[in-house]
Design a protein around this ligand. Structure first.
Ligand code: ZN
Length: 458
């Protein structure tokens, strides 16, 4: 079976055939580093990671770029609220992001690109768009893209400008807006006092880029004018990706992206996540509940990336229980690695090649682990092979467990013991209890004696 992906642009599954047979070029819209990324954001990155792992599994070389939006309306607003420089503020959240993706076993892209490192390239594109008559300068010296001058505007999101005449007039300076508010959008925002000390002095004047031009510039600078894959969440389709097409194709006159791929929404308690609704979660919330972050990855893989999923804690806890069962089955296979079972590998490949059908691929994983006609050694080789795509960290988990069994008292446990001692002195018994549970989950037991806490391996 050939590798097939659902292309948002054509609304159908298509056989995958990269522009350059030797190397797939892929771009993922990365985080805006203005706050902790939420679990809905991580659905996008786990989806992009699975896609990349499938390509690598199929033998492709992949050049993958993920950006960090470190200048836009939100980063400026929040850094000012905290009284920090834009650089110091965004660096903090970028580091948190790197830590989170490591915990989720997301492979690093070939390169992370920071928007502020590409101001020159953005200015260059904007000047070309001005020259081509696709953009214009406003009276306050900002530059806007003229959506009526780009004949394919709306091709990704299905927006029909003719029917939107009433709304499609005017222009919008804000980075984010809805489909019913399609307007000329800002490429370059001339400085005003709300920007504070965030500005660049360029041939376009003193100002800063709009959000959408950032991705066009970073993609083009690192991957060339035409790329194979561009990923993001469905909420990126309009206006962000529609605008990227307008900017990139407007300037080059060439087709920008061959396959646009988007993951569906993650809802929490059947609602869109929002801080105001008290249903807003970040990865730290999962870790604080003593749930392995990989359980979140595993839970997402149980659904196709193109279906909406509804996050509830019980579902995640159920996923963790199932994941622990898988780990235990794997550990029970012993030390030796045999040969990959070709029959199961074929079944597995058929699933992932069909637009990343991870729910079906997981059933193949369960099936082989339960199959009594296959030797443990061969099962182990096959599970490790599948894990190149699933990223559930079988071998790593085993190493972690072995490490705990063979080492004295690891530093991590010692630190938790000290933290617990502090909590007990403060008579914070809820915290002390939580820490005991955490220590237990890491394979150690703690007993309180008149001499203090005693630690031993479970
Ligand atoms: Zn983007």
């Amino acid at each position: 079976m050939a590798l097939r992906f659902f292309n948002t642009l054509t609304h159908k599954k298509e056989n995958f055939s990269p522009i350059n047979k030797k190397e797939v070029r892929m771009y993922t819209c990365g985080p805006t580093v203005y706050d902790y990324a939420h679990i809905g954001n991580y659905r996008s990155y786990i989806f992009a990671d699975t896609l990349k792992r499938v390509l690598l599994y199929e033998g492709y070389k992949v050049k993958h770029i993920m950006n960090l939006t470190d200048v836009d309306d939100k980063t400026i607003r929040n850094s000012q609220n905290e009284g920090k420089s834009l650089q110091e503020f965004t660096q903090f959240y970028a580091e948190k992001f790197f830590k989170d993706i490591k915990a989720l076993n997301i492979l690093n892209p070939t390169k992370f690109t920071k928007a502020t490192d590409y101001i020159h390239e953005m200015v260059d594109i904007i000047k070309k768009l001005l020259k081509k008559g696709l953009a214009y300068k406003s009276e306050e010296a900002s530059v806007y893209f003229n959506i009526r001058k780009f004949k394919n505007y709306g091709k990704l999101s299905g927006l029909i400008l003719e029917n939107q005449k009433e709304n499609a007039s005017g222009r919008i300076k804000s980075d984010e807006y809805g489909k019913d508010n399609a307007q000329d959008f800002a490429l370059w925002k001339s400085w005003d006092k709300t920007d504070g000390d965030v500005f660049w002095k360029t041939t376009l004047g003193k100002g800063r880029p709009g959000w959408h031009i950032e991705c066009s510039a970073m993609s083009m600078a690192n991957l060339g004018e035409q790329i194979d894959l561009h990923t993001g969440g469905v909420d990126n389709i309009f206006p962000h990706h529609e605008n990227e097409i307008a900017q990139s194709e407007g300037v080059t006159g060439k087709h920008f992206v061959k396959y646009w791929m988007h993951n569906e929404w993650l809802l929490v308690d059947k609602k869109k996540m929002a801080k105001s609704k008290n249903n807003f979660y970040v990865l730290k919330d999962i870790i604080n509940r003593d749930i392995n972050p990989i359980a979140y990855r595993f839970w997402l893989l149980m659904a196709n990336y193109r279906t909406r999923v509804n996050f509830v804690w019980e579902a995640l806890e159920g996923a963790e229980t199932a994941l622990k069962r898988l780990y235990n089955l794997y550990i029970g296979l012993g030390k030796d690695i045999g040969k990959i079972n070709k029959e199961y590998q074929k079944k597995f490949k058929e699933c992932i090649e069909d637009d990343l059908d991870t729910p079906k691929a997981l059933t193949v994983l369960w099936d082989i682990l339960k199959d009594e006609n296959i030797s443990n050694d061969d099962k182990k080789a096959t599970v490790l092979d599948f894990d190149k795509v699933l990223g559930l960290g079988f071998e790593q988990t085993k190493k972690d467990i072995e490490k705990i069994r063979t080492e004295k008292i690891p530093k991590e446990i010692q630190e938790l013991i000290e933290e617990r001692e502090q909590a007990r002195q403060n008579k914070d018994f809820t915290k002390s209890d939580e820490l005991r549970k955490k220590i237990n989950s890491l394979g150690y037991e703690v007993t309180d004696t008149p001499e203090g806490q005693k630690v031993s391996k479970i």
